[in-house]
Write a protein that binds this ligand. Structure first.
Ligand code: TRP
Ligand code: SF4
Length: 325
């Protein structure tokens, strides 16, 4: 069976954009491939090295988000990057063959250095971020890697590094293909992209009341002032959510909005019910997980062990190919 590897940095709880994009595709893939899903805590440290305090809590939260969304430990190996030291060893070996200009011209690297200008990212580790990522992928000889658009340059680099390795030491690593996980058209409650940093996200772990409040705050068509004014659903966040969480009634919502038959207050209430319906099984699963904290720790330890076995086998081959002991 083909292998899949993907990772997420533990930078905070996951929101509905993650749920309907990346996580949904992880859940589908666990039935079709040999899946490895990793919490990339070392990658988080490349930008947050000054205050690593949040990383352990965020790592645990991330596992809870994954499990509650439907990932299953008997179907996919879920693990923590820093628990599998082979990631560091392969990172080192790959760094020996990676020309620095390949890293310096990486567009994601350039953008991030500008965007995160309050942090000092002129570090060796941050420049090497994609090499660490190439190691993550190649350790499991993944042929498919689900990623978002911003990660494409990193995957291209992974292929280049794999090719260079195979040239020097013999054909060994498959060149991984990306699977682009489509972010659904899911804005934040203010209409911008849903993001923790914009403070406009609905989280997977939000309770019913919070969802009701946030849905009530969603931006609607500014031209629809009174209940019976005709509206423009294309300019409304609530409508964008109906398209995802209320598919069967979405056409009616749009028609009634346009004709003025529908008021925004009712429209939001109806939506909140649908979002809560989607989140109910997820909340139940999370409550179950929270009841037995030891179980999730055991599950993580088991995932780390299973990832370590695959990674260990790869490293035996890699050391041999590079004439190391
Ligand atoms: N860099 C990825 C991100 O920020 C996370 C990541 C780390 C990753 N290692 C990976 C993704 C390996 C795919 C494959 O989203
Ligand atoms: Fe948006 Fe619904 Fe109000 Fe129309 S009626 S503007 S779709 S909230």
């Amino acid at each position: 069976m083909q292998s899949v590897l993907s990772g997420m940095r533990p930078t905070g709880k996951l929101h509905l954009g993650h749920l309907e994009g990346v996580l949904k595709s992880y859940v589908e893939m666990q039935d079709k491939y040999d899946c490895y899903f990793m919490v990339a805590d070392w990658h988080a440290l490349t930008t947050d090295y000054e205050k690593p305090g949040q990383i352990p809590e965020n790592t645990l939260e991330m596992f809870k988000d994954w499990l509650s969304a439907g990932l299953k430990p008997d179907k996919a190996v879920m693990f923590v990057q820093s628990a599998v030291k082979e990631h560091a060893e392969l990172f080192l070996l790959l760094s020996l063959i990676t020309p620095v200009p390949w890293l310096e011209r990486n567009p994601t690297y350039k953008e991030q250095r500008q965007e995160l200008s309050t942090k000092d990212l002129s570090t060796f580790g941050f420049l090497g971020y994609p090499v660490l990522q190439a190691g993550d992928i190649l350790l499991y000889k993944a042929s498919k890697v689900p990623i978002g658009e911003d990660q494409r340059p990193h995957l291209e680099l992974t292929r280049e590094i794999a090719r260079r390795f195979n040239n020097y030491y013999g054909q060994y690593f498959p060149e991984p293909q990306e699977i682009l996980t489509q972010y659904p058209k899911l804005p934040g409650i203010d209409g911008r992209k849903m993001s923790k940093s914009y403070n406009n996200a609905i989280y997977m772990s939000d309770d019913e009341k919070t969802v009701n409040t946030k849905t009530g705050q969603m931006f609607t068509d500014p031209l629809k002032v009174r209940k019976n004014d005709p509206g423009h659903p294309e300019n409304c966040v609530v409508c964008a959510f109906h398209k995802i969480y209320n598919v069967s009634e979405c056409a009616a919502v749009e028609a009634e909005c346009r004709s003025g038959a529908r008021g925004c207050v009712d429209c939001k209430k109806a939506l909140a019910v649908k979002i809560n319906e989607r989140l109910t099984p997820i909340r139940e699963k999370r409550a179950e997980i929270d009841k037995s904290p030891d179980l999730i720790k055991d599950m993580i330890a088991d995932g780390n062990k299973r990832a370590g076995i695959t990674a260990g086998q790869t490293m035996i081959d890699v050391r041999k190919l590079m004439n190391l002991g």
